[in-house]
Design a protein around this ligand. Structure first.
Ligand SMILES: NC(=O)c1ccc[n+]([C@@H]2O[C@H](COP(=O)([O-])OP(=O)(O)OC[C@H]3O[C@@H](n4cnc5c(N)ncnc54)[C@H](OP(=O)(O)O)[C@@H]3O)[C@@H](O)[C@H]2O)c1
Length: 305
């Protein structure tokens, strides 16, 4: 059987390594579209091929997809705040006859109004609405994958749901609220599997997670792993913090940190960071055991920052 041909846009970010690793491992023929193809070529050796993408022009993107295709699927890993390049890429994929798109969703379930209105995901909402419109017109199909919080990335980079880097953990509403989290590796597997199953997963959003965790449970593991260390906490009442954030925003304050309490409110306070139903079984993805979660926490507790 011929290899499935995929184009991956935005390979030089967080999701490039795990997604491309699993695509290659599963025998896909992978072409990377990047603003920095030299960097991509160094990171991803042949048979993966990296080509230069100019996101200012739909025509050029279309030409690139036509000249290097035909592709069975386009996977978009572009930063969610960059709406224009994603819209141009969707238009180019349609013009070039790419039949299926995996958009840069990879987050929280946005079906509830509280999540839908979050300032942090307004770009993503617009992108998904645009793609859905094109799919409804029958011009292309898509499979969106929502993953909850990126687990290992968040422990290492963001210091959430708990901070193992020395600073305080902002413990939301007592820290006992359950949250869906996914490791980068699981997300890579999910993308590859979703493309294999794209006929069944056509025009759907899938939900996957590696584990369901609470802040309290993760802090307890950290304390067990390093009993002599102090893991400071700052208690946060998410309802109060969200109200203060809204006031600040009404006064014209902007920025990621200003809006952060709103994200904490929906994820923790309202419990909307937990997926009620996941598609792990459909995609053949494992859920982490308690020991797996402890081992991951230990990796970052023991890391020299
Ligand atoms: N749920 C979570 O916890 C979580 C956490 C982080 C990210 N995410 C999601 O994961 C996805 C990828 O995010 P990320 O953090 O990996 O993003 P990122 O590392 O900031 O960027 C990914 C890639 O986007 C491309 N890109 C950036 N700016 C661009 C522009 N102006 N025009 C065209 N391409 C541009 C770049 O690719 P090239 O340099 O190769 O061109 C970059 O490597 C997003 O959907 C994001 O929402 C979710």
């Amino acid at each position: 059987m011929a290899a499935i041909r995929v184009a991956v846009a935005g390979p030089n970010g967080t999701l490039g390594p795990p997604v491309i690793k699993h695509l290659v491992k599963q025998g896909f023929q992978v072409t990377l579209l990047s603003r920095d193809p030299d960097k991509a070529s160094k990171q991803y050796p042949p048979p993966t091929k990296a080509i230069s993408a100019d996101y200012t022009s739909v025509e050029q993107l279309t030409e690139i997809l036509q000249q290097n295709g035909p592709f069975d699927c386009l996977i978009i890993l572009i930063n969610r705040d960059q709406l224009e390049p994603q819209i141009k890429l969707i238009d180019a994929a349609i013009a070039a006859g790419v039949p299926h798109i995996v958009p840069s969703s990879f987050g929280i379930d946005s079906s509830s109004p509280e999540v839908h209105d979050l300032p942090q995901i307004q770009g993503k909402m617009k992108m998904e609405k645009y793609l859905l419109g094109k799919a409804n017109e029958g011009l292309v199909s898509f499979t969106g994958i929502n993953t909850g919080l990126f687990f290992d990335w968040a422990l290492e980079v963001a210091g959430i749901p708990i901070n193992l880097k020395g600073g305080p953990t902002f413990l939301a509403d007592g820290g006992g609220v359950a949250l869906s989290v996914s490791t980068l590796d699981l997300i890579g597997q999910a993308v590859a599997q979703a493309i294999h199953k794209r006929d069944e997963a056509r025009n759907r959003f899938l939900f996957v997670h590696s584990a369901v965790v609470t802040q309290k449970q993760l802090l307890q593991y950290a304390q067990e792993i390093a009993p002599d260390r102090d893991f400071p906490i700052v208690e946060v009442d998410t309802e109060k913090a969200a109200a203060e954030a809204r006031e600040k925003m009404q006064r014209g304050e902007t920025g990621m940190m200003v809006a952060m309490p709103l994200l904490m409110r929906v994820s923790f306070g309202l419990g909307l960071g937990l997926f009620k139903k996941v598609d792990n079984e459909f995609l053949g993805l494992d859920v982490m055991s308690e020991d797996d979660v402890k081992a991951l926490v230990a990796k970052y507790v023991n890391k020299k920052w």
